[in-house]
Design a protein around this ligand. Structure first.
Ligand code: PAF
Length: 282
C-alpha cells in the first residue's frame, strides 16, 4: 500500500493504475472500525484500485465540537487498510486540502437538505462535508465512492450534490454495521461510559419499534416520532430528533408510496449518536 501525503503523489500513483480498471474511493476521518472496513471491502470487491483517505476535516466541526479530541490512530488505521486490500492511502494535511486557509475556502452548499435534521443541530456541518467530499472526489476522480448508510443524511446530501454538480462518480451506500446489541458502530461510541454504552442500544430498539408499528399499518408518523422521543428521554438520552422522512429527499412523508426512512439523533453523555432504518410500508 502506498501512502500519499500530497495531491501530486496521489495523482502520480493513480496515473499508472487508472487504465487497469475501476478506481474506488473510501473517504474516512480515520479511527477505523468494522463499519469503515465494510466500505473498504465493498470497494476492493468492486474496483481494480482502492483508495482510502484519512482526513479529519476541520470544516465539518462546529465551534465547541470534538475536532481537537477526535481520535487519531493513523498507524493502526493504515495497518487495517493494508490488510483489507487498499492500494493507496491518501492522508493529506490541512494545508494540502485548504491551501487558502479555512476562512477563504470555496464552500459547496446543498441548500435545504443541509439545514434539516442534523443540519439544524450542527449548523454548517453539511457544508463542510459537501466541500471536503467535492475536493476528495476532484483529487481522486474515482469511478465509485463509498459511504456508510449510518450517516443517511450525509449520504443524501452527497448524492444530491453529485447529481446537481454533474459529477461522474457513482455514490454507493453501504449498510450499517452494528454491535451485537444493535448499536451502530461509530468512532464516537468510545466517548460512552460503560453505563451509557448499555443504554445506547435503546436508540436502535426505538427505531425498530417505529419500524414494526409502521409495518403493522400505523400511519400517524407524528405520534410515532413523539413516542420515540419519550422512550429515548426516559432511557436518559437528550433527544435532538426522531423523524420519519422520505428516504431520498428527507421531506416530510406524503401518502405517495415513496420509500420512507426513520432517522434519529440523541445525546448520551459526551456522545451524539445517530441511527436510521428503512421503513416497510407495502
Ligand atoms: O463520514 C465521514 O467520516 C466524513 O463525514 C467524511 C465523509 C469522510 C467527510 O469528511
Amino acid at each position: 500500500m502506498l501512502v500519499a501525503r500530497t495531491i501530486h503523489a496521489l495523482r502520480t500513483a493513480l496515473a499508472e493504475k487508472r487504465s487497469a480498471g475501476r478506481v474506488g474511493l473510501v473517504p474516512t476521518m480515520g479511527n477505523l472500525h468494522d463499519g469503515h472496513l465494510a466500505l473498504v471491502t465493498a470497494a476492493a470487491d468492486e474496483c481494480r484500485t482502492t483508495v482510502a483517505s484519512i482526513f479529519v476535516n476541520p470544516l465539518q466541526f462546529g465551534a465547541g465540537e470534538d475536532f481537537e479530541d477526535y481520535p487519531r490512530t493513523f498507524d493502526a488505521d493504515a495497518a487495517q487498510l493494508e490488510r483489507h486490500g487498499v492500494d493507496i492511502l491518501f492522508a493529506p494535511g490541512v494545508d494540502e486540502v485548504y491551501p487558502d486557509g479555512r476562512a477563504d475556502t470555496v464552500v459547496v452548499a446543498v441548500p435545504g437538505l443541509s439545514g434539516l435534521l442534523c443540519g439544524a443541530d450542527r449548523p454548517g456541518h453539511f457544508d463542510g462535508v459537501a466541500t471536503v467530499v467535492t475536493k476528495l472526489l476532484n483529487m481522486v476522480t474515482p469511478d465509485r465512492a463509498y459511504f456508510g448508510e449510518k450517516d443517511w443524511q450525509q449520504l443524501v446530501v452527497i448524492r444530491t450534490m453529485a447529481r446537481a454538480l454533474n459529477m461522474t462518480t457513482d455514490i454507493i451506500g453501504v449498510p450499517t454495521v452494528r454491535a451485537a446489541d444493535g448499536l451502530a458502530l461509530s468512532s464516537r461510541n468510545q466517548y460512552l461510559s460503560q453505563d451509557e454504552r448499555r443504554v445506547a442500544a435503546q436508540l436502535h430498539r426505538t427505531l425498530i419499534d417505529i419500524r414494526e408499528a409502521v409495518a403493522s399499518g400505523e400511519r400517524d408518523f407524528s405520534a410515532l416520532e413523539n413516542q420515540g422521543c419519550s422512550a429515548l428521554a426516559s432511557a436518559g438520552f437528550e433527544v435532538d430528533y426522531v423523524a420519519v422522512r422520505d428516504a431520498e429527499t428527507l421531506a416530510e412523508p406524503r401518502d405517495d408510496g415513496r420509500a420512507l426512512r426513520v432517522l434519529a439523533a440523541a445525546r448520551l453523555g459526551r456522545a451524539r449518536l445517530i441511527d436510521n432504518l428503512r421503513l416497510v410500508t407495502g
